[in-house]
Design a protein around this ligand. Structure first.
Ligand code: ASP
Length: 327
């Protein structure tokens, strides 16, 4: 029998609204035990389910310190007799926590994040089935070694690619052009493919040895954006900046000039695209000349996480580029 542990962080899945037709205004009232106890008996899955209240927080309030604490707790659980962890989590920043855990959990055992778009009190609440099926997925052999995943609305999405693209509907998550890596239906857990990117046991990142993360900011580019924003980030202590650039990681010449100077001062800039596609190295901009890193197909919010972890080792853009290519 598989032992699956539910680690509750908060979010809509643990919330109730005043009325069954209210879906966007609610309060966090449910414990991890409440969530697990509300589920019907597991069908087609033999799992012993335990639970724990780790945080009760809206996911917009999470910080790097919370991520480090979560990774440490999950590593502790998975190094013991727990066979898989399901994290119930607010959906707003779920993709960020998932990618952080994908890079810092040191186990081949599954970690699956799930949540809800509708509170538990809602007509057609999505939380109970999401949690039930996430537990089924975590208990299955199919997902072992696949890295951290998000399970929402019937689909398993790789942490690296998952993104929330819709603010209210149950089909809020996608992995865009990468697609779902798997699904769960009536107890059957199906994995379609594994990512080629390395994760968990293959990364050098250890939450156990870190007490904080370097400050990395995100800037969003637009027509006419002024380069002083870059200086504001640095003045407030940023060691790195992930930019959601226009197009293929393209930059205004005034930004490019300032970024070249910042790179010489040891600030690492990663070029991502606000269009959510693959930004190729030395494509729209000459990364070699600028001292910048190409974010590949990582969103700026995911690039920020990898950059924070990478900067705990090095600020050499070539070494950081290698990490972006691998993870
Ligand atoms: N504001 C909530 C959160 O992210 C939204 C949700 O859980 O869907 O914590």
């Amino acid at each position: 029998m598989r032992h699956i542990h539910v680690l509750a962080i908060g979010g809509t899945i643990a919330s109730r609204a005043a009325d069954p037709v209210i879906c966007t205004t609610y309060a966090p009232l449910l414990s991890a035990a409440d969530l697990v106890e509300s589920l019907p008996p597991m069908r087609d899955t033999v799992a012993h389910v335990t639970s724990e209240d780790f945080l009760k927080i809206d996911s917009a309030s999470l910080t790097g310190e919370h991520w480090l604490a979560m990774a440490r707790r999950i590593n502790e659980l998975l190094s013991g007799d727990v066979d898989g962890v399901v994290v119930t989590h607010g959906t707003d920043t779920m993709e960020e926590t998932a990618y952080f855990l994908n890079l810092t959990v040191k186990s081949f055992k599954p970690v699956i994040l799930t949540g809800a778009m509708r509170p538990a009190s809602s007509m057609s609440a999505d939380g109970p089935l999401n949690l039930y099926q996430a537990i089924q997925a975590a208990a299955s052999d199919a997902v072992r070694g696949a890295g951290t995943m998000i399970f929402m609305n019937g689909t398993l999405l790789a942490a690296r690619e998952a993104c929330k693209i819709q603010p209210v509907r149950p089909d809020a998550f996608t992995a865009r052009e990468m697609g779902a890596v798997g699904c769960v239906a009536d107890g059957k857990v199906e994995m379609f493919y594994h990512s080629t990117k390395e994760h968990t046991l293959s990364t050098p990142f250890e939450a156990e040895t870190l007490t904080s993360l370097p400050k990395v900011d995100i800037l969003y580019a637009y027509a006419g954006a002024e380069p002083e924003m870059l200086d504001d980030c640095v003045k407030r202590g940023a060691k790195g900046i992930a930019i959601a650039c226009v197009g293929n990681g393209n930059l205004r010449p005034v930004w490019r000039d300032r970024i070249r100077e910042l790179a010489r001062e040891g600030i690492t800039v990663v070029r991502c695209s606000r269009a959510n596609g693959f930004v190729n190295r030395n494509g729209a901009q000459d990364d070699d000349a600028l001292g910048t890193v190409s974010g590949g197909n990582l969103s700026a919010q995911k690039a920020r996480i990898l950059l924070m972890l990478a900067l705990t080792f090095t600020s050499d853009p070539a070494e950081i580029q290698e990490m972006f290519d691998r993870f």
